[in-house]
Design a protein around this ligand. Structure first.
Ligand code: FAD
Length: 441
């Protein structure tokens, strides 16, 4: 194919789009606001371990992209799209395209609306350069304040508390992420583990007007709390790229994302979109946005292929999520928490269960919990939540596959699982929870 494919954005969706498009097109160009290429933001909180070097965080480097014939235009912001004229207007002039793939993510976050959020000790975790700056700041830091308890704030908290004195603050009265995705049964042990840490202070329900950032302090109601670094994890994403698409007449869905079909086609011919900026359907047919890297990569690959004439379709999404560092791990998949399913009009039966991760007599044994949500009319699994010290990821991944394949409580009761005392308990909490649900039928 000799048509020119232009990709907006160089996050995981943009890179995957360009790579798959380059397999079948001789002219592919990435236009990106970034100055570093080929990394994913997921590494940024891990810098708090002081064991990860930003320089090792690249997924694919610029030379490799160029070797595959992909042209790169860095530090360039796309300001307008003219789908009819097949041209984009950028901070560096016009660029023509035959096929366009829009992958701008959720956009750069705005600073927290808090007095002092422009101070030198404040950092947002978004760009590669933020990683370089954070790594430098960590050399002399002993205390960290985190503002915000959604994805970035909770990841940063779990990691930072292994090494630093940490204060987490939020205007919400609850841990936002935990409240949004988890039921009490899974949320409570996570909160007890966090609040039991001697070096962690949690301040929830603090009004924005009562917070101020000073050079080495976070001040709450006049009380000075030492904060060599303040992580602004308020996650107020700008959505700039989505606005550019909207201004071009591309349809935006109910969730605020660019509406795409399974081929990643937007409402406008020859314009595709992939990644965090998109709205697609979940396994029950409801519109959904994903904020995970694997979905961005998958969508990017499919967009790049379809834009260059190779037919490929994305399956409806389940979207597993895992937040884990050290021995505090939790995750969820599908429709969670219980109230979410009910708000969609789905009557549910919920199974809960706690089990051992290893054989009972193993000295390093630990307890792990599951909560499974079934559609009561079919007993099909529609959601799952897991907490434990270890192995949360494989349980969430297994539940994701179970949801995708339409498995029921009965199927999960008869799961075949491997066993050896050092790595598995006698009865997995997934099975215990499925049995609990069957008993409630
Ligand atoms: C701190 C942090 C930690 C995370 N950890 C995890 C994790 O552990 N696991 C996980 O699955 N996900 C994680 N995520 C989420 C994950 O990084 C995103 O879901 C993923 O990066 C989305 O990829 P994307 O390509 O859609 O968007 P992005 O990665 O946001 O990339 C968007 C790209 O578009 C560019 N752009 C935007 N607007 C324009 C414009 N107008 N013109 C030109 N270029 C533009 C941007 O500069 C950027 O290059 C994390 C996110 C953050 C911020």
């Amino acid at each position: 194919m000799s048509e020119k494919v232009v990709v907006i954005g160089s996050g995981p969706a943009g890179i995957a789009s360009a790579l798959s498009a380059s397999e079948n097109s001789r002219e592919v160009e990435i236009v990106t606001a970034e100055s570093f290429m080929g990394y994913c933001r997921c590494f940024l909180p891990l810098l708090l371990t002081r064991e990860v070097n930003p320089r090792d965080a690249s997924i694919i480097d610029e030379k490799e992209l160029m070797k595959r014939g992909i042209a790169i235009r860095k530090n360039t912001v796309v300001e307008e799209i003219d789908p009819g004229g097949k041209v984009i207007e950028t901070s560096d002039g016009k660029i023509e395209f035959d096929r366009l793939i829009i992958c701008p993510g959720s956009g750069e976050p705005h600073p927290a609306k808090i007095k002092g959020s422009d101070k030198d000790n404040v950092i947002r975790l978004y760009r590669y350069e933020d990683g370089l700056r954070l790594a430098r700041m960590l050399k002399t830091a002993g205390s960290i304040a985190i503002i915000g308890s959604f994805f970035v704030g909770m990841e940063a908290l779990l990691i930072a508390m292994k090494k630093y004195r940490v204060t987490l603050v939020d205007t919400s009265k609850n841990f936002r992420l935990l409240n949004f995705f988890l039921d009490d049964y899974i949320r409570e042990p996570v909160i007890s583990e966090i609040t039991a840490q001697q070096n962690v202070e949690i301040r929830l329900g603090v009004s924005r007007d009562d917070m101020e950032i000073d050079d080495s302090f976070l001040i709450i109601n006049g009380e000075k709390i030492r904060a060599d670094i303040v992580i602004d994890a308020t996650e107020r994403y700008s959505g700039e790229g989505i606005k550019v698409a909207e201004n071009a007449g591309i349809e935006i869905g109910k969730t605020g994302g660019i509406k795409v079909n399974g081929k990643m086609e937007t409402s406008v011919e020859d314009v595709y979109s992939a990644g965090e900026c998109t709205e697609y359907v979940n396994f029950l047919g409801y519109p959904q946005r994903s904020v995970t890297e694997p979905v961005a990569v998958k969508e990017g690959r499919i967009a790049g292929y379809n834009a260059t004439g190779i037919n490929m379709e994305l399956e409806p999404l389940v979207i597993p999520n895992v937040i884990a560092y050290g021995n505090i791990q939790f995750g969820w998949t599908g429709i969670v928490p219980m109230g979410h399913a009910e708000s969609l009009g789905i009557k549910t039966i919920v199974g809960k269960g706690e089990g051992y991760g290893l054989a009972k007599y193993m000295p390093s044994n630990y307890k792990t919990r599951c909560l499974l949500i079934f559609d009561s009319s079919t007993m099909r699994l529609i959601g799952g939540e897991v907490y434990g010290e270890r192995d949360v990821k494989w349980r969430i991944d297994l539940l994701t596959m179970a949801i995708k394949k339409g498995l029921t409580a009965e199927d999960l009761v008869s799961l075949e699982l491997g066993f050896m005392p050092a790595v598995a308990g006698r009865k997995d909490p997934i099975v215990i929870s499925a049995e609990d649900a069957m008993n409630k039928m």
